[in-house]
Design a protein around this ligand. Structure first.
Ligand code: PEP
Ligand code: MG
Length: 315
């Protein structure tokens, strides 16, 4: 109860013209969370729960997971923590969990598809997260690889049946192009969206993010990726939208992302201090024209030129 009474600690930085931007950290372990706090993160914008499953010989049960998640929430010292439900697939085996080998694991049974197909596993995780949210303020839960409203319906049905008192904010990742297209409908049904630019880039460009032979194609600054980010943010209306993919920590993207209306950025922990100082240097109101120019760019070379102009406008 002492914990529950604690206020959520949020102390975002602001641009020169007063736009508050939360700079959160991505984390995958307790040590990551401790370091993120030391680096001054405003919270954990993406906690990848995979690690909790990878380090055990068999999938941890509800009690074991609840203990892990409580330790993580405790380490965040009152800052908000967004837990992502298990995000694995055929390419990433979890000890003790049978996952079918697939010809195309990145287009296969992964993320929410896999957890919905393993209901007991999913329910144990959702219940453990609900217990964490009952003890700590500022806990959110989001679901990876969502492609349509039906998947959220199914997750919500599981919650209603097995964790009806769950008090966490409920959100969805946007990392599949279909989810970007239906951002308005998703936004109406959840508390927040979080854009995973790593997978989104891969799926928009049909380029495997891990295939070095495709490095020339896999490009978060491709005009189609940037326009998709605009589509998501503008489509989501008043619903909060964060970015938790690598693009959020790219210095060249900062003025663009803030200009597009992304005011919650979750970055790799060591980048938190520099992203915060860059936000303090920015004048958001000055960037509108530059943002429009980036969105008009037709080639990567034009994106680069527009980003250079944007950087000058935003200073
Ligand atoms: C992403 O896809 O951008 C993301 C944040 O998730 P992950 O990198 O864990 O797939
Ligand atoms: Mg992803």
């Amino acid at each position: 109860a002492a914990r529950a009474a604690r206020e959520v600690v949020v102390d975002p930085v602001s641009t020169r013209d007063g736009v508050a931007v939360q700079v959160l950290a991505n984390a995958g372990s307790l040590a990551d969370v401790e370091r993120a706090v030391a680096w001054g993160a405003d919270g954990i914008g993406l906690f990848r729960t995979e690690f909790v499953f990878m380090q055990a010989a068999t999938p941890p049960d509800e009690d074991e997971q609840a203990a892990h998640y409580a330790a993580i929430a405790e380490a965040a010292q009152g800052r908000p923590v967004t837990f992502r439900t298990l995000d694995i697939g055929g390419d990433k085996p979890v000890p003790g969990l049978h996952v079918e080998a697939e010809a195309n694991p990145f287009l296969g049974v992964r993320g929410v598809r896999l957890t919905l197909a393993n209901e007991d596993l999913f329910v144990a995780q959702l219940r453990a997260l609900a217990r964490t949210a009952a003890a700590f303020p500022g806990i959110k839960v989001m679901v990876p690889m969502v492609s349509g409203l039906e998947e959220l319906d199914q997750v919500r049905a599981l919650l209603a049946e097995h964790a009806p008192d769950a008090a966490f904010g409920f959100g969805t990742m946007v990392e599949v192009p279909s989810a970007a297209t239906i951002a308005p409908e998703l936004a109406e049904e959840v508390d927040f969206l979080s854009v995973g630019t790593n997978d989104l880039t891969a799926y928009v460009l049909a380029a495997d993010r891990g295939n070095t032979g495709l490095d020339y194609l896999y490009d978060e600054f491709h005009p189609a990726v940037l326009r998709t980010l605009h589509q998501i943010r503008s489509g989501a209306g008043a619903t909060p939208v964060s970015i938790c993919g690598e693009l959020a920590g790219e210095p060249r993207a900062l003025a663009l992302l803030v200009g597009l209306g992304y005011h919650q950025l979750s970055v790799s922990g060591p980048l938190v201090p520099e992203v915060k100082s860059a936000v303090r240097e920015l004048t958001a109101a000055a960037t509108a024209e530059g943002v429009a120019a980036v969105l008009r760019a037709r080639r990567r070379s034009e994106v680069d030129a527009a980003l250079d102009i944007l950087a000058q406008l935003g200073m």
